[in-house]
Design a protein around this ligand. Sequence first.
Ligand code: HEM
Length: 440
Amino acid sequence: MSAYLPLAVPLYGPDFAADPGSVYARLRAFGPVAPVEVSPGVCGHLVTDRDAALGVLNNTDVWSKDPRGWESGLPEDSPVRPMMGWRPNALFNDGAEHRRYRSVITDSFARIESHDLRRQVGEIADGLIQDFASTGEVDLVGQYARPLPLMLFNAMFGMPPEDGPRLVSALGGMFDSTPETATKANADFGQYMTELIGLKAERRGDDLTSWFMDHPAGLGPEELIHQVVLTMAAGQEPTTNLISNSLSRMLSNPDYYSSLSNGAFTARDAVTDVLRHEPPMANYSAHFPRRNVQIGSTWIPADSLVLISYHAANTAPDSEQAGERTDGGAHLAWSAGPHACPVKQPALLITITAIERLTSHLGDLELAVPRSQLQWRPGPFHRALASLPARFGPITPQKTGVTPWSSSPSSSTPPAETSTESPLSSANAGPQPGSYSPAT
Ligand code: HEM
């Protein structure tokens, strides 16, 4: 059921995307929870207070992740269905069912060695950088942060490298596209999944799909597809945003800019800053109360939609003071409770490796427009840049995939300090791209 709430504040559209902070300030005036509209006609409540959020995320007796009671009132073609409609996967189930699905994902990721993951990310990053390195300009969202996690998932799930671009255009095409492109992207993704499952059913490999298939949880064919799709879909958007939001901060702040080569403020500092002040998923963790329940002075009807605002909870005026601590303060960017992100450490490794790889090759990278003029993609759930235009002194791989790189002869810009280093030699010298100790 999607009750209409007369005072509901819209979380879609350009105003929210341009200045979410002022919308959260308005929402906080309602108390710990406020009425919101996530899409025209689809209303619910948004928790903006950190303690109230933890109360929802941890109390499974009262709160369910199963949307079926609520979504029966949602139009079939509602744009929020892809993010909120029930499926047999970890995200939309409770209790033993949830633990079973989740164990497939956590146990399989636990088999991945950090150094292998770092190497894979490095190779994919280098391939993407080589595609634009000689041009001197790049959209770091469209040409780097968005394709990188998908190319990586293509490899991690065991598809040959040449299928990576198919996954990028299929899953990537589902964002920001016209209905026609979205329909085509959906069909292409279906085809990709059929081929992936077929390939691994025939011959297992050292990859996530094979480990999901052979996991003792014994997933059925439909359940298998849903855990693969969930992992790819849940990983794609926030990782893209974590990379690009962090890069946008690093490239617009002289403390980071001047430190790209000398390391006073690190990529990890930027990532920690983003997790706290601009979390890649801004509002999500859809929950549904099993009975009528009160938060603050607001009564929330059973089976109605309640979302958690990680962004508002992290940036509440009182928690901002706690955030002055050197660890950046506690934050909810990964959510909390039984459904908190199960892939936090690998996601950090991927993000930091991707950023360090880029900045080590393109040491003079700078934003092409001031950060204040960057466009943010509308939508209630994410904090996502539409694009991140940047420029740098061009470098040219002498032969694709082979070292060394040199500054482009056509370039009038002096080569960056690191630009003559080869991807391999730079990976082997000094602080390694992706070398970090796990953050919390
Ligand atoms: C390799 C990249 C990633 C993968 C594969 C991944 C996977 C997942 C999965 C499978 C879940 C559902 C867990 C469950 O319901 O038990 C989840 C939840 C979540 N993830 Fe991640 N994730 C990734 C990166 C990130 C990043 C970068 C962020 C943001 C900092 C993030 C934030 C979250 C949040 C907030 C939830 C809770 C969503 C909810 O309960 O509605 N994830 N993730």
